[in-house]
Design a protein around this ligand. Structure first.
Ligand code: ATP
Ligand code: MG
Length: 446
């Protein structure tokens, strides 16, 4: 992409409404624009990152066998009356009537709708296990929408639902989600720690929240510092193997890690004092097992091997897709702007032409641009007729992990400069080697 043809409304002033850095940088980098409280338009740069995050979620869901689908945003109130949540969900649910006076709502979550679908079509144990998911906009009329996309009213969520014949099978699905979520967040450059949580309006005994530690997080968390040494890495877990998934669950949840809702001082005090931590965290996901409550209410019943009718064991599992942009920025930035982890960066590298209009510089930039593009990479070429300082400022703000700087002086010596956004370190290389370096960094990751 050439910056002269892109839509990147970078703000010069610091937006006053933003209280936390991710919100400020998303506005300044021209990623989002508020439409009304807690509701945002996603401008091209923000939308690009949102799509990258979504893609990682899709890939990791499908890697473990979960099936993508799409349910509507608008739901019928009647369905929610069957589960009993039409009343209990409260003022967070946006309700309205259609022209015929029917009660409708903008879905805050989809347990009812998915259970009704499964109830309509699944009749036999042979069709199980089944995990369906979608990535769809949700609406929750939050009392205090704030912090930009972190606590929006309209937000994008991946929500998945497992249907199993027994509690044991459903708990395997629960463990499998934990495995897949750990991988998902790490691919985004995040450490998200599973913590024992409170089940809230969805109900059930088994639930973990995934929290990214950050000072600006809204949740208070308590944990054993050893937990932060754990990484999922590139383990190859057989997700159909119950004990392999259980082992990962045990490994990642055996140390103390809880949110304030489930915090237990007595248990916490058993952790050696030097390892006890209390901090703030951003909830980027949550998994639940809640048994047969919804299937009983909505008729998701199948015949087992003996012909007996049994209600399905269910769980639901959410990832805050749009909130993740904020969480990633909170975890990865400096005073000049965003620093995107390589897995989610909107462009793989920037090209800065220090002297637009200079024949050698223009030519070198063009050939870098086509060489990178030919390798399947997406560079952002700042070809505007702007001062070098302004170009660097924009690149630093939008946070591309790598920048290639091209100027007449370097070219005289046959080199361009490759700079890491994270470390600030630069290296002078001949243009072909600069291309090879960037290609190597992203090798196998496109
Ligand atoms: P919170 O406690 O932050 O209000 P929640 O527990 O009500 O969230 P869930 O029902 O668990 O939310 O939804 C799954 C995920 O969706 C959450 O882990 C979070 O990442 C994201 N999410 C929830 N509410 C919002 C919101 N208002 N704006 C953006 N993302 C949200
Ligand atoms: Mg939650």
């Amino acid at each position: 992409m050439r910056l002269s043809r892109y839509f990147l409304p970078v703000l010069k002033e610091t937006p006053r409404e933003a209280q936390i850095v991710s919100h400020r940088y998303m506005l300044q980098a021209g990623m989002i624009k508020q439409a009304s409280a807690g509701i945002y338009s996603w401008l091209p740069l923000g939308f690009k990152v949102l799509r990258k995050i979504e893609n990682i979620v899709h890939e990791e869901q499908q890697r473990v066998g979960h099936l993508p689908m799409l349910m509507p945003t608008i739901q019928s109130g009647d369905l929610w009356k069957q589960s009993g949540r039409h009343n209990s969900y409260g003022p967070e649910m946006l309700r309205f009537q259609d022209r015929h006076g029917r009660e409708m709502l903008y879905g805050p979550t989809n347990e009812e709708m998915i259970t009704e679908i499964v109830a309509a079509y699944v009749n036999s144990y042979r069709e199980l296990p089944l995990t369906l998911y979608h990535i769809q906009w949700k609406f929750r009329d939050e009392v205090r929408p704030r912090f930009g996309v972190m606590r929006g009213r309209e937000f994008l969520m991946k929500d998945g639902y497992n249907f199993d014949l027994s509690k044991e099978a459903a708990l395997h699905a629960y463990n499998r989600h934990l495995v897949s979520y750990l991988r998902t967040y790490e691919r985004m450059g995040l450490q998200a720690i599973p913590m024992r949580a409170d089940s809230g309006p969805i109900g059930g005994d088994y639930t973990h929240e995934f929290l990214v530690l950050a000072e600006t997080g809204e949740s208070e968390v308590f944990y054993d510092s050893e937990i932060t040494d754990l990484t999922f890495g590139d383990r190859d877990v057989d997700v159909d193997d119950y004990s392999a998934c259980q082992a990962v669950m045990d490994e990642f949840t055996s140390r103390y890690a809880r949110t304030d809702e489930t915090h237990d001082e007595t248990l916490f005090n058993e952790v050696p004092e030097s390892r006890r931590r209390s901090a703030r965290g951003i909830e980027v996901g949550q998994i639940f097992y809640f048994g047969t409550e919804y299937s009983e209410k909505l008729g998701a019943v199948v015949q087992d091997e003996t012909g007996q009718k049994i209600p399905l064991h269910m769980g639901s599992h959410g990832i805050g897709v749009s909130r993740l942009l904020g969480a990633i920025i909170e975890a990865s930035h400096d005073d000049k702007g965003i620093i995107w982890p390589q897995g989610v960066t909107p462009f793989h590298c920037g090209i800065v032409n220090l002297k637009q209009g200079d024949e050698a510089a223009d030519g070198a930039c063009e050939s870098l641009y086509s060489a990178l593009t030919a390798l399947g990479l997406e560079p952002l070429y700042d070809d505007r007729d702007e001062r070098a300082g302004a170009k660097f400022g924009t690149m630093d703000m939008i946070g591309l992990p790598w920048r290639i700087t091209v100027g007449p002086r370097g070219l005289k010596n046959g080199v361009v400069e490759v700079t890491s956004r994270r470390t600030g370190e630069s290296e002078e290389l001949p243009p072909e080697e600069a291309v090879a370096k960037i290609a190597k960094i992203y090798e196998g990751k496109l």
